[in-house]
Each structure stands twice: as structure tokens, then as C-alpha cells.
Design a protein around this ligand. Structure first.
Ligand SMILES: NC(=O)c1ccc[n+]([C@@H]2O[C@H](COP(=O)([O-])OP(=O)(O)OC[C@H]3O[C@@H](n4cnc5c(N)ncnc54)[C@H](OP(=O)(O)O)[C@@H]3O)[C@@H](O)[C@H]2O)c1
Length: 165
């Protein structure tokens, strides 16, 4: 299920292009470790955000991603700016909150943002209010779209076959 979520969210909504930069949050988790691997196959520069140095090392050394940021020890906005000199073409959103907020000012024109999860706010008792994203989406003509993997039920066979390959 997690692989299919990565496959359809990234390819149908994120539409990664060779040479583009993709940022992935929750990057060492089940969904996003697959998102990053598919993005590498598509020829993208993959920049990850995760919560420990051990995860950062795993993402770079074992999965072969290009850059990884530890959101617990680094300033995410500054680190993203440095890691994404050509700005961000795809942001695969898994966590929301202040990590998502750091991405919007760095979007490239016509960026795509598949909104898969918002794990940082699932347990909040009140509304999670952060950056207002509208002006960033307008200025860059970017597309932000939520989805659930169930939307793709009729195409699961295609996804399983591609992921097995
Ligand atoms: N749309 C869909 O159909 C669909 C399907 C499956 C899953 N999802 C969503 O996708 C997301 C990832 O799922 P998963 O199965 O990959 O989960 P997972 O394997 O448990 O990974 C979740 C990751 O989120 C990070 N995380 C947890 N709390 C955080 C916080 N407060 N701030 C920042 N990062 C945090 C953790 O990494 P660190 O230790 O690095 O913080 C963890 O690696 C979840 O939001 C889930 O609800 C959506």
C-alpha cells in the first residue's frame, strides 16, 4: 500500500522530470523512501528531510539520495535553500507543519505538490495554522493536490507491476 501511494502520488501528481529537484519530507518512512527511489530512477535530484543523523546517513549512503536534512538539528529553510540552488520542482508532502512552510518560498515556477500526509498535525487538538500558501502558489503557478491511494484502486495492477520491476 505504501509503495502504491508513492508510485501514484509522485507520478500522477508530482510528474517528476529529468534534472528536476524534488524535496521529500518524512523521507526515511515507508512511503517516502519509495518516492525518493522512484524520483532517482526518473533522473531527479532528491533532497530529503528526516529526523535524525542516522536516517540522514541511511538516505544518502544506502538509498543514494543527493542531500538529506535533519530537521531536528538544522534550520530547514536555510538548509533547503543551500541544497536546492535551482529551486524546488516537486514537493512530496508527508508531514506538513513548519517543514512544509519552509518549502513554499523556494518553489520553482509550475512546481507540483502532492499532499500525501500531514503527520505532524494529526494529534493536534486545535486547527494547525501556519504559512498562508496562496500567494506562493499564485506567484509560481504551482499545483498542490491532496490524494488518497484509494483513488487509484482501478490501477493497482499497473502500480504493482511497475514497482516489482
Ligand atoms: N494519502 C494516502 O493515501 C496515504 C497512504 C499512506 C500513508 N499516508 C501518509 O503518508 C505519511 C507517511 O506514511 P508512512 O506510512 O510512510 O509512515 P511512516 O513509515 O511511519 O513514516 C512517517 C515518517 O514521518 C516522520 N514524522 C513523524 N512525526 C513527524 C513530525 N512531527 N514532524 C516531521 N516528521 C515526522 C517520521 O520520520 P522522522 O523520525 O524522521 O521524524 C517517520 O519516518 C503519513 O502522513 C501517512 O498518514 C498517506
Amino acid at each position: 500500500m505504501t509503495g502504491l501511494t508513492a508510485y501514484f502520488g509522485l507520478l500522477d501528481i508530482g510528474k517528476p522530470k529529468e534534472g528536476g529537484t524534488i524535496v521529500v519530507s518524512g523521507a526515511a518512512g515507508a512511503v517516502c523512501s519509495i518516492v525518493g527511489q522512484i524520483a532517482k530512477i526518473k533522473g531527479c535530484r532528491v533532497v530529503d528531510i528526516a529526523g535524525s543523523d542516522e536516517k540522514v546517513k541511511f538516505l544518502i549512503d544506502e538509498l543514494g539520495f543527493d542531500e538529506a536534512i535533519n530537521y531536528n538539528t538544522q534550520n530547514v529553510g536555510a538548509a533547503l535553500q543551500e541544497a536546492c540552488p535551482n529551486e524546488i520542482d516537486v514537493y512530496f508532502e508527508n508531514v506538513g507543519g513548519t517543514i512544509g512552510d519552509a518549502v513554499f518560498p523556494l518553489l520553482n515556477n509550475f512546481a507540483r505538490i502532492p499532499v500525501c500526509g500531514a503527520i505532524s498535525s494529526y494529534n493536534h487538538a486545535s486547527e494547525d495554522v501556519g504559512l498562508r500558501v496562496q500567494s506562493y502558489l499564485i506567484k509560481t503557478s504551482s499545483l498542490m493536490q491532496g490524494f488518497t491511494v484509494g483513488n487509484y484502486l482501478s490501477r493497482f495492477g499497473e502500480g504493482v507491476e511497475a514497482l516489482a520491476g
